[in-house]
Design a protein. Structure first.
Length: 307
């Protein structure tokens, strides 16, 4: 069965992509030359739609004295880039991006990164697996760092495709072929079947050091100057919402959220150290998934790109 044969419908406002809420903008001071910025789009989005990451790229350029912004395109063209969000295994994507960035001379001295939705956990995997060129500040907007247990909406997919994908996730997420072919299965986190998740998840269990502890991952994560996790308080897509702050259900049930500092990943991935060194920043913003205003972006995130 080839998932890639599902039909797609593009909408002009992407749910896992970005809905920029227009509002007036204010200017920030620019001191010194800001680092380049790398963007990684979400599911159902691409590098370059003008109403989505294209406008973010412009906004950053405007407020950073025209620093170099690279919005990642996975694969050689926009169609592949779009499909990658559903069908190209995150391990492959991270590997591909690692090689691409190594060849980009403008990034040699380091870069800041902003991940949109699943792009947030993909960039974190990049920081952990690919420390050169060095990532400095990583901003995750609505990323699912402890995975998802539920997919209420599928951005840009038609309803029958979405129902099919939801069924796959609910009934077969940990089957080998689904893990290989459906991106969202690789971060499907079933708290009622934690052991299956740990053994079968081909992406999230690995980057979260859940099957075994890869010291290199916590070392590399701690090379970041800042890990900024932005949670959308009224998110109707990420289940549970707390995954955006690296939190998840206490194992064995799907109601109660475990405090971050009591979770295994907190120690095993070096988040404790990151927090101790005041490098873990948890921000929240009112609104649905990725519904961020330009004002908020400029006020809260741009300063982190400037220093
Ligand atoms: C966005 O806001 C700016 C400033 O308030 C305004 O000039 C511009 O026309 C708005 N654009 C849209 C598409 O509403
Ligand atoms: C802005 O960029 C220009 C061109 O790169 C440079 O000449 C100028 O000094 C920069 N200004 C500031 C305030 O960094
Ligand atoms: C969004 O969520 C916050 C926190 O749960 C709540 O206080 C606020 O009223 C919600 N806003 C909207 C527009 O629903
Ligand atoms: C865990 O974090 C909470 C705040 O989220 C804090 O009140 C508590 O003291 C922390 N516990 C430990 C053991 O650090």
């Amino acid at each position: 069965m080839r998932l890639a044969s599902c039909a797609f419908y593009l909408l002009s406002c992407l749910t896992f992509g970005l809905c920029l809420v227009n509002s007036s903008s204010s200017d920030s001071e620019v001191n010194g030359a800001p680092l380049p910025v790398v963007l990684w789009h979400g599911m159902g989005d691409t590098c370059c739609f003008p109403f989505s990451l294209g406008s973010i790229k412009k906004l950053i350029e405007e407020h950073t004295n025209g620093t170099y912004v690279r919005s990642l395109k996975i694969g050689g063209n926009l169609v592949l880039d779009y499909e990658s969000g559903f069908f190209i295994h995150p391990n492959k994507q991270v590997d591909y991006v690692c090689k691409q960035l190594a060849q980009d001379e403008k990034l040699t001295d380091g870069y800041n990164a902003i991940g949109f939705s699943q792009g947030g956990q993909f960039l974190r995997a990049l920081a952990q697996r690919c420390p050169s060129p060095p990532m400095r500040t990583l901003i995750s907007l609505g990323g699912q760092h402890q995975g998802i247990f539920g997919l209420p909406k599928c951005p840009t997919l038609k309803q029958s495709s979405c129902e099919y994908i939801t069924k796959l996730l609910n009934y077969a997420a940990y089957e080998d072929w689904v893990q290989q072919q459906l991106v969202q299965a690789t971060y499907w986190h079933d708290p009622l079947h934690e052991t299956s998740y740990r053994l079968k998840s081909t992406f999230l269990a690995d980057i979260n050091n859940e099957l075994y502890v890869n010291e290199r991952y916590s070392e590399n994560l701690n090379k970041l100057k800042r890990l900024v996790l932005v949670k959308f308080l009224n998110d109707t897509i990420v289940q549970p919402k707390e995954s955006q702050w690296f939190q998840f259900y206490e194992p064995g049930q799907d109601q109660h959220i475990q405090p971050l500092n009591q979770s295994k990943v907190y120690e095993n991935l070096g988040l404790a150290l990151l927090e101790q060194r005041k490098r873990l920043h948890l921000l929240s913003v009112e609104g649905d998934h990725l519904a961020i205003s330009k004002d908020w972006f400029v006020k809260h995130l741009v300063p982190m790109l400037l220093d």
